[in-house]
Design a protein around this ligand. Structure first.
Ligand SMILES: Cc1ncc(C[n+]2csc(CCOP(=O)(O)OP(=O)(O)O)c2C)c(N)n1
Ligand SMILES: [Mg+2]
Length: 1010
């Protein structure tokens, strides 16, 4: 039966042009196959067929204008058979979810209730308690409920009580905090099966070697720096993970991903030394990286590409990157690109670091997306660089409140096992009360003193607590340990964190900065920067951790590594073997992606005729083409921070869907439209919302997918160019260090091209920022074919040849016609190298000038050259400069070669090759600061002048902005004349005339001063 395929609802648009026919008459197609592409002045979308069958006739052709309801084609439809394959994806997801939820319910039912020992503890008598007996009764009832019906029931009743109180109008003070004790009660602690004695010995050796490598390096060269106190506080937190939890990547498993706290790196090297992965010579080259084999100061994959996976030392980036990494892992799973193996992402953070806005900036996303594959460990040693993190408060409680409020599973590990008995004996609750009341400044000061001081200041506060420790010696009191130094407590916390379902977990562990360093460092404000220890300190450290070194060996600051066959080395290796290999380790087994055929962008190499288009739109068209390439399509990761409509990308919503881990639980308002807001569990677009930092973190996760997930992906992050490097520069640097591969697209770029928006939106410097990153390749193309050539080359270099570079390309929102690609064979090479001749005016053969233009300003130069040709009989050659940055890189290299090889034939820079033999002075311009084009000045021995958009942007029309910044065609022509006059090639009267004619105010101050 013949069916008619009509143009569906395309939103507010009418008379939209058909730009591509994707099918032919007689062709068999399936439901949802795209049949034509239509394009408005803002975006292009494909119309899918809603029938399967054979196309009888096509009713539209390229160039036709269509509106909703117009006939596209007739199709002889085949009956739809209902098979499992035809179940719409969403329904499939619903069924799957329903099944999962049933499974979970079953599991919950069968989960045995945890019976508690009857607690004898009675809560402390609070100051405001007017009826302690009644309080006792309520508390006992609660204990009974917990014993009889379990925690869930107790929670339920408490919630009901709170609700009831609210309904009755009671004003309940809000609290996100629990008492200042461990979250996991002793009765629920899972015990480690490790050999604690041997683990302690191993840990002690790692501690020693980590400190020794820093001290040795600084003894040699005091300028090298390094940290001892941080790892000293975190050793147990890492060791328990290394011995029992973190599974390495191997041919059977994808591996857990661990973000190490940057300045705890010496500890990781010290462990790798015991594991036999690093040798003494390497440890001795800590922070001496210039010669090969040196160990980098902090985790830097660029410098140690086989070891480090994640750069973390710029505080705040680690937490954010880890959250988006965990989210991206789920994205890959939900898209069916990797298996769900229960892999985890662990991130180690400092308590001082948590003050960075980025550290907490994305924790809401982690909870919202139910990232139960994510575990934060915050090492609360109560100190940062200068002193206490919260002298007057309690960082652990503060973080607990923040994370709990955001929906995280919070596990506090405050007290070590030596406290268990004391807490059990705290019948009056005065111990917990003291713990609650003591501020971090006091906790820190106590650990810098001794047991007697703790007895007096802490336990001495109340009679009841004094009594509690009356039988303990000062030494015993001193031994009362903190949770983060107790392997049992840490193990129990990690165990619980690993098994948590439905939310991310944060383990907040209390430790001591400079743990074990005694008077020289423990809890001392200056410990962060201590990198030298004198002999006495070293002796103390050796004795404290029973490191088997003689006094002389200590004086020599020797490393200690037990024999290969020692129980310690055997144990450490065995543990890692059981966990699949070593961590950290960076490997990649990803297959490259075959670059799409050359003709994939052919439609961008022909002239658009009169049709006007922006380069942003050309890019979106290109992406649509790429989604038809079978090798590339599934690997594209379009990332947008709430700007899809700005860039005309809304067609992607329907075509590939927006990633949403829960699918779409609602019918979108625009469901009847072609570009409806479609969310799906297997959606491809990462619609990040308004978070450039988050979007960039996703880009890094996807750009390093080839190493962290062994699958090459192609992230394309489109953003307002002004909110790119300027906003997320540090993340871009970390992305570069991580060897991320992918595209950053600075859309709506150019100081004068983005009209209207004004000072804070108009970008005239992002290319200069891009040029600061060594492995960033950047381009500022003008025409669609340039974009196509650049993009395809990017795909090839990054994703087929696996070069560790990334691309920054600016695209603009100015609409103009695009010419066909010049047929000159060298054009493509020129586009990629940074410049090629696009036009020549040589009618008059008298005077000549060279114009170099970039981005949209190239068009002003062409127009300016036309004026000179027509009105002043001046010839010109016009060069499209696709990248001043790339030209400069080439120039730098050539210049260096020539200087270092004085006896060899000098090489020519590419700029020199292009312009060396040309006639006339050079005038260069772009929509960026003059510094952009000035970059190539040194590489051409000719008179060189530049125009640019130095200064603050402002809102106005494009025309007025270009006049203001003096980069419009009239200024190009006038400055062109002026340059020629200065070179004494024409009379200066022509310049004066032009200034008058084009109403140029020569007394106007520089735009930088306005
Ligand atoms: C963005 C940034 N700002 C400043 C620093 C310098 N810095 C390095 S460590 C540190 C203190 C860190 O304190 P904390 O997070 O508590 O870590 P700890 O050493 O105590 O474990 C500072 C300020 C940095 N690395 N990154
Ligand atoms: Mg700290």
């Amino acid at each position: 039966m013949t069916e008619k395929l009509l143009v569906p609802d395309i939103g507010d648009f009418e008379n939209v042009e058909v730009i591509e026919l994707l099918v032919k008459e007689g062709q068999e197609i399936k439901k949802n196959d795209p049949v034509v592409t239509i394009e408005s002045d803002k975006s292009s979308v494909e119309i899918p067929s809603i029938f399967s069958g054979k196309i009888e006739s096509i009713n539209v052709k390229v160039g036709d204008k269509v509106s909703k309801g117009d006939l596209v084609l007739n199709i002889s439809s085949v009956d739809q058979k209902i098979s499992t394959q035809d179940v719409p994806k969403n329904t499939e997801n619903l069924i799957q979810e329903a099944e999962n939820s049933l499974k979970n319910q079953e599991q919950n039912k069968s989960a045995k209730k945890i019976k508690k020992e009857k607690s004898e503890k009675i809560q402390v008598v609070n100051d405001g308690d007017i009826d302690p007996l009644e309080t006792k009764e309520w508390l006992e009832s609660l204990t009974d409920v917990m014993e009889k019906d379990g925690n869930q029931r107790a929670h339920y009743l408490i919630r009901e009580l709170i609700n009831k109180a609210y309904m009755e109008g009671a004003n309940i003070p809000y609290t996100q905090n629990t008492p200042y004790i461990n979250t996991i009660p002793v009765s629920e602690e899972k015990k480690s099966n490790g050999d604690q004695n041997i683990e302690r010995r191993i840990r002690s050796l790692i501690r020693w070697n980590a400190a020794a490598m820093v001290v040795r390096a600084n003894k040699k060269f005091p300028e090298l720096g390094g940290h001892i106190g941080t790892f000293a506080s975190a050793a147990t937190l890492y060791d328990v993970g290394m011995n029992h939890f973190w599974r390495a990547k191997n041919n059977k498993f994808g591996g857990d991903l661990v973000y190490f706290q940057g300045h705890s790196a010496p500890g990781m090297y010290a462990r790798a030394f015991l594991e036999g992965r690093l040798n003494e010579k390497q440890l001795d080259s800590f922070r001496q990286e210039v010669s090969p084999g040196g160990l980098s100061s902090y985790p830097h994959p660029w410098l140690m590409p086989k070891f480090w996976q994640f750069p973390t030392v710029s505080m705040g980036l680690g937490p954010m990157l880890a959250i988006y990494q965990a989210r991206y892992m789920k994205y890959l799973i939900n898209r069916g690109l990797i298996k769900d193996e229960g892999r985890k992402v662990w991130a180690f953070l400092g308590d001082g670091e948590m003050d960075e806005p980025e550290s907490l900036g994305a924790i809401g996303l982690a909870a919202r997306e139910k990232l139960d594959n994510l575990i934060f460990v915050v090492n609360c040693n109560l100190q940062r660089l200068d002193g206490p993190v919260r002298g007057n408060g309690k960082i652990i409680q503060e973080l607990e409140g923040i994370f709990r409020g955001a929906g995280w599973n919070v596990i506090k590990v405050i007290w070590g096992s030596y406290w268990d008995q004391l807490l059990a004996n705290d019948k009056t609750g005065h111990l917990v009360k003291t713990m609650n009341e003591t501020v971090d400044g006091e906790y820190q000061a106590m650990k810098a003193r001794d047991g007697a001081y703790v007895r007096e200041k802490f336990f001495g506060k109340y009679l009841e607590t004094k009594e509690l420790v009356s039988s303990l010696s000062d030494k015993d009191i001193w031994r009362l340990n903190r949770g983060g130094h107790d392997p049992h407590k840490v193990f129990a916390a990690y165990d619980k964190a690993s098994k948590n379902i439905g939310s991310p977990t944060v383990v907040i562990a209390k430790t001591i900065k400079g743990y074990g360093m005694g008077k020289s460092g423990e809890s001392v404000n200056t410990i962060h920067q201590t990198k030298k220890l004198d002999v006495d300190d070293l002796m103390y450290y050796r004795d404290r951790f029973d490191v088997p070194l003689t006094d002389q060996q200590v004086k020599n600051i020797e490393y200690y590594k037990p024999d290969q066959n020692s129980p310690e080395i055997k144990y450490i290796k065995e543990k890692r073997l059981q966990l699949g290999g070593f961590i950290p380790e960076r490997t990649t087994y990803a297959k490259s992606i075959k670059t799409p055929p050359k003709d994939i962008f052919d439609n961008m190499k022909v002239s658009t005729g009169k049709k006007e288009m922006s380069t942003t739109m050309a890019l979106v068209r290109m992406l649509t083409n790429l989604l038809r390439d079978k090798n590339v399509a599934s690997r594209l990761v379009p990332i947008i921070p709430d700007e899809a409509r700005t860039f005309g990308m809304e067609g992607f919503f329907q075509k590939v869907g927006i990633y949403a881990h829960e699918g779409q639980k609602y019918e979108p308002e625009d469901s009847a439209q072609l570009s409806s807001y479609r969310e799906e569990k297997s959606g491809q677009v990462l619609e990040e919302g308004i978070t450039e930092a988050g979007a960039m973190s996703s880009w890094i996760a996807a750009g390093t997918s080839y190493t962290n997930h062994d699958i090459e992906m192609i992230p394309i992050y489109l953003f307002y160019s002004m909110f790119g490097f300027q906003r997320i520069g540090d993340l871009a640097w970390a992305g570069a260090d991580s060897q991320s591969r992918g595209f950053l697209i600075g859309a709506t770029a150019g100081r004068t091209t983005l009209a209207g928006e004004g000072l804070q939106h108009q970008d005239g410097h992002s290319h200069l920022m891009a040029s600061t990153i060594p492995n960033c390749v950047s381009y500022d193309p003008t025409f669609h074919y340039e974009l196509a050539v650049i993009f395809r080359d990017g795909l090839k270099r990054m994703h087929e040849k696996k070069e560790n570079i990334f691309y920054y390309i600016t695209t603009m929102n100015e609409n103009y016609p695009h010419p066909a690609m010049p047929t000159d064979k060298s054009c493509e090479e020129g586009i990629l190298k940074g410049m090629y001749k696009i036009k020549e005016f040589n009618k008059h053969k008298k005077t000549k000038i060279q114009f170099l233009g970039s981005g949209t300003i190239l068009r002003e130069m062409i127009a300016g050259a036309e004026i000179l040709q027509k009105e002043y009989q001046i010839d010109s050659e016009i060069w499209s400069v696709t990248s001043f940055n790339e030209l400069r890189k080439d120039g730098l290299e050539v210049e260096r070669y020539n200087l270092l090889n004085p006896d060899k034939e000098p090489k020519k820079s590419y700029v020199e090759k292009c312009l060396g033999k040309t006639e006339g002075p050079i005038l260069a311009a772009s929509d960026y600061m003059r510094m952009n084009s000035d970059q190539i000045r040194p590489y051409i021995n000719k008179s060189f002048y530049s125009l640019g958009t130095d200064g603050f942007g402002r809102s106005d029309t494009r025309k007025n902005l270009r006049k203001f910044f003096e980069v419009d065609k009239e200024h190009v022509a006038t400055f062109g004349l002026s340059v020629l006059a200065k070179e004494q090639l024409i009379a200066s009267k022509h310049v004066k005339e032009a200034i008058k004619k084009y109403k140029i105010d020569s007394n106007k101050p520089m735009p930088t001063k306005l």
